[in-house]
Design a protein around this ligand. Structure first.
Ligand code: ARG
Length: 474
């Protein structure tokens, strides 16, 4: 049956700006559709990466003989001009751009610069492989930025730790006074989780560094572009091995979001310690004016807002990760527009961390640790384990020693006196090995700390080894 041709309908855009499609449509999108669909306000952050990816693609098309060398040169020069133009764009310029997304915008501006040759750039390419490439290029930079910011918090912790190897403070389990530790040991306990975050970040970065460009919309590229050269020119580690997977793979986004959420959780725990320790009840640390805020009502207040925000942002970071996993779950293979939501999730996490990390580093660097308050919070009951360890050294089985010292603690509680103030008779009553004990040195928090000289323990020597190990790797 023959088709009867009709005049092609005008495809007038409902809003100003360009689209990359429309030939098969009889009208432009409704304003409601455009408002939902437009991603430029979010993906404009990728413009430099879009230009870089496009320059590399133009070169690859030229090298493959798909376009003339002169056309490839035109495209590249045009893209440079687009970059120069976008570099100088004001917020008002961005607000006025009605383009669907950053890819459409760059191509439209390229048309302004070089005319119809611009239409050759998208040969063999789809926005599906393009956006995946741009976003990965952005993420490779983000990994470096986050790594440097995490490192700086580690450095701030090490700098404080170096000043407080000999500062004695209580450690807590179940938020109950446990055993005396060096304040440096506590500070460093927050630096190691960040070391793991940085390891995870580097590892995730390897999987970010895979080039999707050349995958087309889903099935691959019909032109003989050299993807290995493309990968090298854009600085990727590897080339994606399956085009269907390549356009839809956002595992790396979820991985980075996990790294961000985990780092957020670590910062939140550090913040919680500091919020508690900065309270009048503890008074172990004093936060500087520069990282505290006042109350509009209560003149005496010094609020640890930077730390509270660090703690609060962890909620958003966890949300970004769970939102991304929920987005990916159940997507059919290939690209689906749901994936456009990936960018706001990762940008949100990146922005939260790049706001929080410098403020946490500054808070740590500028705070003062009150060594007297810390030491004053160590009571003699915290040396109960050391008493049991003494009995063990005298040959008493640990379980028995534990019971004997437990009875001492009960006696001190009944008498309402510190453990160290019990008369020697009571010690000898629970265990005759105490008869010859040097009780003063048994109740020395410093001696207790020095005794814990195992690798990773709180003794000054172990802590110095820790500091050297951290400094060696950060
Ligand atoms: N703005 C889109 C995104 O961020 C670009 C890819 C669009 N692809 C498509 N087939 N419509 O995912």
């Amino acid at each position: 049956m023959a088709c009867t041709p009709t005049a092609p309908a005008q495809n007038a855009p409902a809003v100003p700006g360009a689209r990359m499609w429309g030939g098969r449509f009889s009208s432009g999108p409704a304003p409601e559709m455009d408002r939902l669909n437009r991603s430029l306000p979010v993906d404009r952050r990728l413009w430099r990466h879009d230009v870089a990816g496009s320059r590399a693609w133009a070169a690859a098309l030229g090298a493959a003989g798909v376009i003339d060398p002169a056309e490839a040169a035109d495209l590249r020069a045009g893209l440079d001009a687009v970059a120069a133009r976008l570099e100088s764009w004001s917020e008002a310029d961005w607000a006025a751009a009605g383009d669907e997304d950053v890819h459409t915008l760059v191509e439209r501006l390229l048309g302004d610069e070089i005319g119809p040759t611009a239409g050759k750039l998208h040969t063999g390419r789809s926005r599906n492989d393009q956006v995946a490439t741009d976003f990965r290029l952005w993420a490779l930079e983000a990994v470096k930025t986050l790594d440097a910011a995490l490192r700086d918090v580690q450095l701030a912790l090490v700098e404080q730790a170096e000043q407080h190897v000999a500062t004695v403070m209580p450690s807590y389990t179940h938020m109950q006074r446990a055993q005396p530790v060096s304040a440096a040991h506590w500070l460093l306990s927050h630096a190691w989780p960040l070391a793991r975050d940085r390891e995870r970040l580097a590892d995730a970065g390897d999987r970010v560094s895979v080039l999707p460009l050349g995958s087309g919309a889903i099935a691959g590229c019909p032109f003989p572009v050299d993807r290995v050269l493309l990968k090298e020119s854009l600085g990727f580690r590897a080339v994606s091995p399956n085009s269907v997977d390549a356009v839809a793979d956002r595992d790396w986004v979820a991985e980075l979001l996990f790294v961000a959420a985990m780092a957020g959780v670590h910062l939140s725990r550090l913040a919680e310690d500091l919020v508690l320790f900065a309270s009048s009840e503890f008074g172990f640390v004093r936060l500087s004016d520069r990282f505290s805020t006042g109350s509009s009502l209560m003149p005496q207040k010094r609020n640890p807002d930077a730390l509270e925000l660090a703690r609060g942002k962890a909620g958003r970071l966890i949300g970004d990760l769970t939102g991304m996993l929920a987005l990916l779950k159940g997507l059919p293979s290939g690209y689906n527009k749901d994936l456009q939501e990936d960018k706001s999730a990762l940008f949100s996490a990146f922005d939260a961390l790049t706001d929080v990390l410098p403020a946490v580093a500054g808070t740590i660097r500028s705070m003062t640790i009150d060594a007297a308050r810390c030491a004053g919070a160590v009571d003699s009951a915290m040396l109960a384990t050391d008493l049991a360890d003494f009995l063990v050294r005298e040959g008493v089985p640990f379980r028995e020693a534990h019971g004997a010292v437990g009875r001492l603690v009960r006696a001190a509680e009944a008498l309402g006196c510190p453990l160290s103030a019990l008369p020697r008779e009571v010690f000898v009553e629970v265990s005759r090995e105490f008869a010859s004990a040097d009780l003063d040195s048994l109740f020395s928090a410093t001696a207790s700390i020095e005794a814990r000289a195992s690798e990773g323990g709180t003794s000054p020597a172990s802590v110095r080894t820790q500091i050297a190990a951290l400094l060696g790797q950060i």
